[in-house]
Design a binder for this molecule. Sequence first.
Ligand code: ADP
Length: 639
Amino acid sequence: MTAPAETPSSPASDRQTHGFQAQVRELLKLMIHSLYSHREIFLRELISNASDANDRLRFAAISAPELLERDAELSIRIDADPEAGTVTVVDNGIGMTREEAVANLGTIARSGTAEFFRSLSGERQKDSQLIGQFGVGFYSAFIVAERVEVLSRRAGAPAEAAVRWESNADGEFTVETVTREARGSAVKLYLKPEAKEFADHFRLRGLIRRYSDHIAFPVRMRKEGEAALEYETVNQATALWTRPRAEISAEEYRQFYQHLAHDFSEPLAWSHNRVEGKREYTSLLYVPGRAPFDLWQRDAAHGLKLYVKRVFIMDDAEQFLPLYLRFIKGVVDSSDLPLNVSRELLQREPEVEAIRGSLTKRVLDMLTKLAQDEPEKFATFWTEFAPALKEGVVQDAANRPTLLALLRFASTHEATEEPTVSLAQYVARMKPGQEHIYYVVAENVRAARHSPYIERLAEQGLEVLLLGERIDEWMMGQLEAFEGKRFKDVARGDLALGPLEAEADRNRREAALKESKGLLKRVKDAVGERVIEVRISTRLKDSPACLVRAEDDLGAGMRKILAAAGQKVPESKPALELNTDHPLVKYLEKLADADRFQALAVLLYEQAELAEGGELGDPAEFVQRLNRLLVELAAGHTA
Ligand code: ADP
């Protein structure tokens, strides 16, 4: 018998038991119960960690070559013992100290962890997708193992300062200091009885080729045959992005995405490019199939994986894409940046600025192509990421025309509430003489469709874009024109239809203007300082009244956002527009009783405020007023 390679240095004294962080316990439970259909991903995750550990050592060795000791060829080894039912993933990378093992393999330090737990639904199918997206990492070992043992020695640490970590996922783990000659980590899984198949060499080779072919380090297994002690490389062992495009299959691109993004769903599109000449770099960018749960947290980790001349430099290099493209996953490998480049340096490097410009274009090209060639996939993209692109339309003035062309809207032209109409389609359908792209913003698309502001336009057959997301009022307020056609919020300012107004409408309006001077003044006196003016409407057909704000005033949506954020909402008064064709307004005109006139006029104002999506200053008073009128009405009926 050979002596064990690792021996406890002080058996009784320094063995410690720790409890897992509560979230780890929860994650373990979820994984064990939800990921039963994706069990094999544990291997991809552990090989991925091994590859990261090797990457990190190679990076550290740039400034401290002695860390490589006498073992400079970085690789990964998979050992399996079908009889014992064990699989071991071994790397010779950076390794962990005892303290690091306790911190890294007992807690989850990732940002967005809290959101992740909040977004769980309790439904297996959905949650298993989410877990995949969260990145199960090391803990995925417990999908197939009843016990996991990690031996690790940090590069540069003495053999006696190695660590042995062990757990059977029952809420606790133990650590003890051991002696280990080999640098790096060995993660040994004692497979559950129902997962013993994963100790089979043939099965393991298949999985390595399938999931880890593109890992830049050789992944080795023992050669077949009895008692063979030699190892052979099972994967391609070249970083995927360094290979020529023509040689890479779609399946390989997908697998690489899953490794990169820790996401087992499929990407919608990718773009792989090598730039040569004055500037040299390779990029591989992916559009994920769904938004991460922390997309709306602007400080959540994002950015590309940065390599310099094939050497891994950092994760989440956010300088290579604008913030609004934070959902893009990918790799950039530069031949020009220095190996010791830091985050601070990246911010100042003109080279990075130039790459960022080109990568932004590449992403937008990829999306434009997706919209043209695969509208269904683009629709999925839009459902997941629309608000991010809407941020972009405002922030990225240089690419605004391209971004505008990617926007999709619900519209009065379509029955659906789904956003399917592009601005190009809108413009192509514009009526002769129509100068504006009309739009209305409300709480949601349904409310926009029923908005009083679009009644006349709809009757006239003029298409109106229907917007209903939080970001929409802000975005549209920043936009000027598309293909020379100016945007017009139909709820603001003067909606002069000019030659588009039907002649009968114009005649009626002009006549009303003359006849209603007295009414307008009485209504203004009744509603008082609530409005700047009372006038006759060009927009209404079925509703009696609406509120209209000036072009540069904040709308109801922005007012609510500001108020919710505790900010001061600037004072501004709307105009009250009346529809003199409406029976209620006609009734009002004839009403002699001053109190009733007052009550009904204010009620019209309050209704209009509600329809605008605003909030009443005194809702109880509104209800009382309404009920008084209804009681009179009821009394009239019974009398
Ligand atoms: P992630 O890799 O997403 O950070 P994991 O749960 O997979 O999350 O791993 C947690 C941490 O444990 C890693 O960030 C790393 O610091 C450490 N770790 C895991 N495996 C290894 C390994 N083979 N060598 C060195 N450190 C490792």
